[in-house]
Design a protein around this ligand. Structure first.
Ligand SMILES: Cc1cc2nc3c(=O)[nH]c(=O)nc-3n(C[C@H](O)[C@H](O)[C@H](O)COP(=O)(O)O)c2cc1C
Length: 303
């Protein structure tokens, strides 16, 4: 779904008139007519779900209470899922964790100085700094695998150490790396190039609802969740944990970004369908859960 299609559906579902839809979704009259002819059944599905959607938050909290829990797949001894979803492509190793010069600012200072940073300088992030950022939020310090359990341990906590998050990056200004969409392998601590086309950058920016910082940052990080990794152990309650886990990754990244003289801004407002298709994931077995923009700080004019 592109941003125009979304705009049409969103405003239409809220009862906007034809002229309002054309104005708000920034579409032409011809596009409006085309959507009217082709998106009827999609709109109908959305309208049908609307009453459920208006209750889903409270229902989710209520129905994911332990009292409703059924035996999990782990309890039923169903084969365990893998701990990471490896992607194939051209590999780029990152400086090893033990060799990078970790910037020294105090934890007190990192916490006190952290702000959402939405304006960045044109300065590049070094490979050491990128390695450090990923170490803080996504790197796996340990990996254990046997027939019954496969598990990683990272610098962020995760319910049952299931670590359902995968990490993708759009790199714009990192020393020695060409711009493009990469996947981060948390065990090998390397990047896999997935797509270096300029169209991908534009698609990801649209997916962030064209929020400016997503186009001016040095790096954007997209965390996806693979829910079954956690649901295998915790059933539907796992969905609570996915979002809690993502928050930990986001905060560690925030603090690490401060330590390299930069900053981050989290993005929760994104177009799910477009983000998922841009990353080549199905939106159900794996979906985008949290996004962060990162770049260097202009110490003269912070915001
Ligand atoms: C879950 C979450 C989603 C957010 N989504 C956005 C977003 O889409 N766009 C944005 O500009 N800021 C976003 N933010 C940043 C908040 O606006 C910001 O944290 C808040 O205004 C407080 O400012 P501070 O981070 O500087 O303390 C998000 C923050 C969180 C935690």
């Amino acid at each position: 779904m592109d941003i125009k299609t979304f705009g049409y559906l969103y405003h239409k579902a809220r009862g906007a008139t034809r002229d309002e839809v054309i104005k708000e979704a920034e579409i032409s009259h011809e596009e409006y007519m085309l959507y009217e002819q082709t998106l009827g059944s999609v709109l109908q599905d959305i309208m049908q779900d609307r009453s459920r959607a208006s209750e889903i938050g409270a229902d989710f909290v209520r129905l994911s209470r332990y009292v409703y829990g059924e035996a999990s797949d782990q309890e039923k001894q169903i084969t365990r899922p893998d701990a990471i979803k490896a992607r194939s492509g051209e590999l780029f190793s990152l400086p090893a964790i033990g060799t990078i010069a970790i910037p020294s600012i105090s934890l007190h200072q990192a916490i006190a100085d952290r702000r959402s940073l939405r304006k960045y300088t044109n300065k590049q992030i070094s490979l050491d700094e990128l390695s450090f950022l990923l170490w803080s939020c996504s790197w796996a310090r340990d990996f254990r695998s046997n027939e019954r359990m496969e598990i990683t341990f990272r610098n962020v906590p995760s319910a049952g150490s299931r670590h359902p998050l995968e990490t993708y990056l759009y790199i714009r200004r990192v020393e020695g790396l060409r711009p493009g969409l990469y996947y981060y392998h948390p065990i090998k601590h390397c990047l896999v190039l997935l797509d270096s086309s300029p169209e991908k950058e534009a698609e990801l920016f649209e997916g962030c609802f064209r929020q400016e910082m997503a186009a001016t940052s040095a790096v954007n990080i997209f965390w996806t969740a693979v829910p079954y990794r956690t649901a295998w152990r915790y059933g539907q309650r796992a969905y609570r944990y996915l979002y809690l886990d993502a928050g930990h990754a986001g905060q560690n990244l925030h603090l690490a970004a401060e330590a390299i003289g930069g900053g981050a801004c989290m993005i929760g407002a994104y177009l799910d369908e477009l983000m998922n298709s841009a990353l080549g994931i199905d939106g159900k077995e794996e979906f985008v859960i949290y996004i962060a923009t990162v770049g260097k700080k202009d110490f003269l004019s912070e915001s």
